[in-house]
Design a protein around this ligand. Structure first.
Ligand code: SF4
Length: 296
């Protein structure tokens, strides 16, 4: 299965640009999120249990220790020698600028770390943070800002208690563009009240606004969330593998040639996942997607 026949994958982009394999390694700087600490909300997004979507191998300890351990683990498995430090859990631009700089600098101190990927919310990217990220890009680092949008429909964002609307995303994109930063937007398919076609509409809107990359995954219903309670009460229809791969194949067909796909699915962790079962095996999902792309 050579997905790069149909999809401009992030791995292919990095290899072409840097001349070798570059691997993302997750770094946890113990941030929080305005949708959890009370400034926007308390309960967080209804689907959010950060433990469930932080990679199970995320190291503990300070950033340097995490990077050393992750590099060793990943290079044994993939032979990669260059890495991007991926600030993934919670909102990784939500903090004092000095603290952010200290975390990012520490991650980049390692000679094998050639860049940063910083995941956050559209309402957490003020001008000074964008300026800081652009300064790393100007020094020659590979810098990606990853914005969680999930849906362009305000009703859906309200239903999942997102704490921001589509307008905040539009505003963030306009400001990110002024700094010419690489932008990756995260979308979730299968949100309560949405049909797969709604994800297609969201995709079209995101493309129209301008984005360099997207990351798509099916909604995971995980333990310890408001969504899990709604699901147990029969209020959350489950997305099927067929719906997911059909819609993602259509997204891939519609995608501009230079759009980079950072991710085509997620992988559920058995200890947290309630539904849908099929997300557990990412290779089955990718295989089903590949067959659809081949058949088209
Ligand atoms: S998904 Fe992100 S924005 Fe939502 S509560 Fe979790 S950390 Fe915060």
């Amino acid at each position: 299965m050579d997905m790069t026949r149909y999809v401009n994958t992030f791995g292919r982009y990095l290899r072409a640009k840097h001349g070798e394999k570059v691997h993302k390694i997750s770094v946890n700087a113990s941030f929080t999120c305005p949708n959890r600490d009370g400034s926007k909300g308390i309960g967080g997004c209804t689907f959010c249990n950060n433990d469930s979507f932080s990679p199970k191998n995320t190291e503990s300890g300070d950033i340097t220790d995490q990077i050393v351990a992750a590099k060793q683990r990943v290079s044994e498995r993939t032979k990669a020698k260059k890495f991007i430090a991926y600030f993934q859990s919670y909102s990784n631009t939500y903090g004092d600028l000095e603290d952010l700089k200290r975390y990012y600098d520490e991650a980049l101190f390692d000679q094998d770390v050639i860049g940063l990927a910083v995941g956050t919310r559209p309402d957490c990217v003020p001008h000074p943070v964008l300026e800081l990220l652009a300064s790393y890009r100007d020094e020659g680092y590979e810098v990606w800002l990853e914005l969680g949008l999930q849906s362009s429909f305000d009703e859906s964002l309200i239903a999942i208690n997102r704490g921001h609307g589509f307008a905040e995303y539009v505003d963030a994109v306009e400001r990110v563009r002024k700094f010419n930063l690489n932008l990756c937007t995260h979308l979730i398919m299968g949100l309560p009240g949405e049909k797969p076609e709604d994800t297609l509409k969201t995709f079209d809107r995101v493309i129209e606004l301008g984005v360099d990359a997207i990351k798509v995954h099916p909604l995971h219903i995980v333990k310890g969330t408001q969504l899990a309670r709604q699901w147990k009460q029969g209020q959350v229809p489950e997305l099927t593998l067929e719906q997911y791969t059909d819609t993602l194949a259509e997204i891939i067909r519609r995608a501009p040639d230079d759009l980079i796909f950072h991710r085509l699915t997620g992988s559920g962790e058995r200890q947290y996942l309630l539904a849908p079962d099929w997300v557990m095996n990412k290779w089955d999902v990718l295989g089903a997607l590949y067959r659809k792309l081949e058949a088209a």
